[in-house]
Design a protein around this ligand. Structure first.
Ligand code: HEC
Length: 145
């Protein structure tokens, strides 16, 4: 990689790292968080369809897995202090049980990393394992909906 390509890559990466902080610092962190989870859902749908054999595994599938990992890495930043008040489905335990919540975030990140590294044959079980981490966190930290 030439120095110039590297510089371009690093600049692009600095932007992608800065974006979630900007999102989280948004005037309305609750709306930012809901949009964030809608993005997660957008990646999850096609991957579940592939895991169920309803869609073919393709380059798009890999892009969704990479996208999911990027989202997973931003999750903690989407829960700034004070964003549990208002029109939100978060439970107070997100902040009162911060250690437990951090574990749920870590489980999500680990499962997303395994999914991003999975080949076509390991893909379906990796999607199911990821889905369990969504449900695990929702059971404990999201209001029933
Ligand atoms: C670490 C905890 C955690 C993990 C992991 C997690 N979620 Fe959530 N999710 C939440 C919480 C808390 C909310 C409520 C956010 C709010 O209303 O402010 C939420 C909300 C949502 C919403 C509703 C967003 C809206 O428009 O109101 C969707 C959809 C969603 N999650 C999908 C998923 C999927 C799919 C996964 C796994 C791929 C996942 N979540 C993983 C905690 C989590």
């Amino acid at each position: 990689m030439s120095a110039k390509t590297l510089r371009v890559a690093l600049t692009a990466c600095a932007i992608c790292v800065a974006a979630p902080a900007a999102l989280a610092a948004d005037d309305n962190p609750i709306e930012a968080r809901k949009g964030f989870f809608q993005g997660i859902k957008m990646h999850m749908g096609p991957m579940v369809a592939v895991a169920k054999g309803q869609m073919d595994y393709s380059d798009d599938t890999r892009n969704h897995a990479a996208g999911m990992l990027a989202f997973a890495n931003m999750t903690a930043a989407m829960f700034p202090a004070g964003s549990g008040e208002g029109d939100t489905g978060t439970k107070p335990e997100v902040w009162s049980d911060a250690d437990g919540f951090a574990k749920a975030v870590a489980a999500f990140r680990d499962a997303a990393a395994k999914l991003a590294a999975a080949d076509e044959f390991a893909f379906a079980p990796a999607v199911m394992a990821l889905g369990k981490t969504c449900k695990g966190c929702h059971d404990d930290y999201r209001e029933k909906h």
